[in-house]
Design a protein around this ligand. Sequence first.
Ligand code: ASP
Length: 393
Amino acid sequence: MKLWTKILIGLFAGALFGLWLPSLAPYTKPIGDGFIQLINMLIVPLIFSSLLVGVTSIDDTKKMERVGLKTLLLYLGSTAFAITIGLLVSASLQPGVGVDLGTASTGLNAPAQSWADTLVSLIPRNPVAAMANGHILQIIIFAILLGIALNLTGSKAKPVIAFFDGLAEGMYKLTGMVMALAPYGVFCLIGYVASQYGLAVLLPLGKVVLGVYLGCVIHAVVILGGALFVFGRFNPIRFFKGIVDAIAVAYSTASSSGTLPVSIRCVRKNLGVSNSISSFVLPMGATINMAGTAIYQGVCAIFIAQAYGIELTLGHYATLVLTSTFASIGSAGVPGAGLIMLTLVLNSVGLPLEGIAIIAGIDRILDMARTTVNVVGDCAVTVLVAQGENELN
Ligand code: ASP
């Protein structure tokens, strides 16, 4: 049996197990947590070594700039579509109408960081600390700069490049070994989630769940699948089949950073994306491309406004689009990050932060869907960039 078939079976069997035997499922949680730890263990050495080797294999700086720009524009474009979809879906579903949360105070302040500070914080003062803390954007910046420097150094740097090349290959092998455990890890993770959320918890917020899931499916299938088909001349069905492992791991772990080793493996092995493109575009996506999170923030903001009976003006909607874009980019690829950034979005239009407590109760279920779309978006943009650069095998 193929690995992805086993993972899908793990996913469905785990959900059934959690729903049928909710008292037993929590006992399997440590196995699921262990699986997440194993994947997390891969992230830093894998990204650093493979990106470094990827950069040293591009000796044309123009190409590097072009790839960087394309990646950024595609991620931003995808996020813009995502927010629009989130708002349109909520406009038609009206998730908060009929839910009465009374009146609430507004105006609590979320901690804010200026854009200049954010940009400066991208530079790793200490690359080892950046690695120890798993600060992916800082690791990316250091790997790119060091890669360029090693290229310029010439023959003396060759052994260093060969060393990291070997390390990267070893890390891919290790990823494959960890992935062999994925069906069991996914089974336990989903089993636990299903045992914690019965229908009774989900029903009152049914339209929020429906809105987020619907928005996510539309974005993944219509926008991303459509872009692959039209601009990438790539069969969307082949695409989704190729990234099934990443989809299942993203859905069950709710972490796009944690899924990174799996998505890198999928686009390389199954879709034929080159090493240099995948090791650059995917880690960047796992930190800044959060289209699913943007959809979620749009739906939740409108839900909270409606549930508190607050009218939103056109200006409010414009502000929502803008802040959701930045809030989604600013969300880390870890479970629950989007919920924290939701404070920023609500604050920007003066919506009551108390609403977050209600969303928090079911956030994991929403997180699983938005993380999956975040990861699908990362992989789709990677394929598009690779296609444009003739780096698709
Ligand atoms: N969990 C999401 C991710 O890792 C981020 C979020 O909470 O929206 O992609």
